[in-house]
Design a binder for this molecule. Structure first.
Ligand SMILES: [Ca+2]
Ligand SMILES: [Ca+2]
Ligand SMILES: [Ca+2]
Length: 229
């Protein structure tokens, strides 16, 4: 169903494409942020919004990350989490990052992280590339991705490596997830092992810019062409 919705949305976008209305409204590829050296460390193990630490980029211009303590050690033990150019863990074998040389990695959170991207005006669709490391995930681990009301992936209660096929993802490879929707992009992640890694790259918000003169002019042009027929 999600795929069908995505196709319908993109068909509509491309139908308007000749007037330059559709397309990528915003791209987050994590290229323009500093990559921390060593592990990211946060000695606050309580639930709180994360902040960047030294040269580690964990939060960005248009996204926040909230840590929820679920009884674990969080980032007090130092974890490889945030913007990175690390290509170990199978990323190199999968061809590296899908756009540029950097992405965002989540790993060994020992608690839940909730990464929330601001809504993009006019966006009606979203796609992102997800890498899931091949390892022994358990049902207590979580990767959940929602765009507004649209669920792009939800591993709640599932053993990720056992359920990968039925979830439409492949361990040790990049999977493009896409869907129609609007509102905030929210990525939730929980794991308790340094080998349990997910990476994200090439997040594209697509749709019609609105409100804006270009959109209004374009729609007016479309309407006038229809009237002439
Ligand atoms: Ca990138
Ligand atoms: Ca940890
Ligand atoms: Ca685990």
């Amino acid at each position: 169903m999600k795929t069908i919705h995505a196709c319908a949305a993109f068909a509509a976008t491309f139908a308007l494409g000749s007037t330059a209305l559709g397309g990528v409204l915003q791209l987050e590829s994590f290229e323009n942020y500093s990559v921390g050296s060593g592990a990211f460390e946060d000695l606050n193990g309580e639930s709180h919004f994360l902040e960047n630490y030294d040269d580690h980029t964990v939060v960005g211009d248009n996204w926040s990350v909230y840590f929820t303590n679920t009884g674990g050690t969080g980032f007090t033990d130092g974890d490889y989490h945030g913007v990175t150019d690390y290509t170990g863990g199978g990323i190199s074998d999968a061809g590296g990052y899908t756009d540029g040389i950097q992405g965002y990695q989540m790993s060994d959170t020992d608690g839940m992280v909730t990464m929330t991207f601001d809504a993009v005006d006019g966006a009606t669709g979203l796609s992102l590339d997800l890498f899931v490391r091949s390892t022994g995930w358990e049902s207590s681990d979580l990767i959940k991705i929602t765009f507004g009301d649209t669920v792009l992936l939800d591993t709640t209660g599932l053993d990720i490596d056992d359920a990968a096929g039925s979830l439409g993802i492949t361990e040790g490879a990049w999977t493009t997830l896409s869907g129609a929707g609007s509102g905030e992009l929210v990525i939730e992640f929980a794991s308790n092992s340094s080998t349990e890694t997910a990476a994200f790259d090439n997040i594209q918000w697509t749709g019609v810019p609105a409100p804006g003169a270009l959109a209004l002019l374009g729609l007016a042009g479309l309407a006038s062409r229809r009237r002439r027929r």
